[in-house]
Structure formats: C-alpha cells, structure tokens
Write a protein that binds this ligand. Sequence first.
Ligand SMILES: NC(=O)c1ccc[n+]([C@@H]2O[C@H](COP(=O)([O-])OP(=O)(O)OC[C@H]3O[C@@H](n4cnc5c(N)ncnc54)[C@H](OP(=O)(O)O)[C@@H]3O)[C@@H](O)[C@H]2O)c1
Length: 238
Amino acid sequence: MSMAPPPRTLEGKRAVVTGATGGLGPSVARALLDAGASVVVVGRSEAVLYSLVASLGDGARLASCAADVTTPAGAARAVEGGVDVLVCVAGTWAGGHVAEDAPDDELDRMLDANLRSAWFASRAALRQMKRAARGGRIVFVASMGGLSASPRSAAYGAAKAGVVSLTRSLAEEARAIGVTVNAVAPGTIATATNRGAMPHADASRWVAPEEVAAAIIFLASDAAAALTGAVVPVSRGG
Ligand SMILES: NC(=O)c1ccc[n+]([C@@H]2O[C@H](COP(=O)([O-])OP(=O)(O)OC[C@H]3O[C@@H](n4cnc5c(N)ncnc54)[C@H](OP(=O)(O)O)[C@@H]3O)[C@@H](O)[C@H]2O)c1
C-alpha cells in the first residue's frame, strides 16, 4: 500500500528554520519541504549546513544561511530574503546537577541558546513580516521543562519559560499585522543525542522528531489562522 503524499499546505510560503542542524531541525525542514514551502535552514557552521542541505536534497526550494541568530545582525541575515514562516528550533539543554552545583556560566549559555535566539530571530522576522504586509507565522520550540518544574536543569527550564512568555506577548503584539505566534513544548525527543545519553531510559513516552514537526506544520498552516499565543504540549501527556 502506498502512502498518500502530505498535503501541500505551505505551497508558495518561505520558511526559515533556526537551529536546523541538530536533532530536531532536519525533521522540521523535511516536513516544511514536504508541505510545499521553500525552506532556509539556518545554523552557525557553513560545513554542517552543507551536509544538511546535501542530505535533504531538495535543490530549488532549499537554501542555507550561516548566521548566529543570538545576535541582531545574524538574525536579520537569516530572514533577509523574506519570511512567511519562522520556526525557532535553536536551543539546547544543559543540566544533570542541582542549581547550586551548576557551572557559573550555565544560565548565560541557556539564555543565549534558547531565549536570545528566539528573541532576535522573531524580532527580525516581525520586521520583515510587517514590511511585506502579508501576515505570517512564528513557531517557537519551547519545552515541557518551560511549562512545569525542571529539576536538575533549572537554568534550561527558566530559559524555556522565557520562550513561553515571549510566545504570549508577541502573539498579542503581532495580531495587528496578521501574524500568529505559537509554540510547541516537546517532552523528551527521540534524537540520536538522547538515545546515546540515556541508553537505558524508558523511551516509550518519548516523541519522534517527526511528531514535533507535524505539530509545527499545523501551527504554520492556514488551518491554524485563529490560533495564537498557544503553547502546545507534544509529550504524550504528562
Ligand atoms: N531534544 C529534546 O529532548 C528536547 C525536548 C524539548 C525541547 N527541545 C528543544 O527543541 C529544540 C531542538 O532540540 P535538539 O535536540 O535538536 O537540540 P540540539 O541538537 O542540541 O540543538 C539544536 C540547534 O540549536 C543550535 N544552537 C545550539 N546552541 C546555540 C547557541 N548558543 N546559539 C545559537 N544556536 C544554537 C545549533 O545549531 P548550530 O550549531 O548549527 O548553530 C543546534 O544544531 C531546542 O530548542 C531544544 O531545547 C528538545
């Protein structure tokens, strides 16, 4: 039995994906391409982006941009060709210790990767979207750790709680220009890094990168036009 191709709900849209090179990003880029969007994958390393583009292999509709979206200039470069859909995947985790044992720089590292990246990328996108005046979609990747307690990764949880707050504030601000702002809050994602780091964990509650990507595609689609300021758990409950 052959599977029906996914509906091309994002045909004609230009999507920009930050943090595209990690465990989740390639699945998000794949799903956007499958939905018919043109996709710009953003990361800090040209070499890593080169192999990502080669593995995705959708020539005409796929481009890459080497930029650090934790800076205003890098964020502006990431969206300079225009943006209808911004997906802020950039972010990373640190933890494994109680707060008093965390390295002194852990909070700054978590805020940079998770919150500054979302802040500067979304501001740059909103400026573009306002100028283009054809609405738009912003989807952040928060975390269940930003919605509930995040023991042994408190700095990460605090940074993701900042992303949750940003989602709600920007949703209010962007309503006037027809832009929706939502977030997904994944539980543990079944990435290669997580499998390697937790070989004995019960992975039955983990979510596949493709499942997170599917929620993002919905939030980016016309079908979600009335949905803004939402933080959608993608965690099989709990
Ligand atoms: N993995 C999970 O279980 C899980 C669960 C809940 C939420 N999340 C969230 O989902 C998103 C993707 O997760 P993932 O597992 O794919 O993460 P990841 O592989 O650790 O990192 C994703 C990408 O973020 C970029 N990045 C990391 N630190 C950065 C920094 N300081 N400045 C700018 N960019 C930075 C990197 O891209 P470049 O190096 O190419 O710039 C990296 O490839 C993250 O926001 C993460 O917090 C993950």
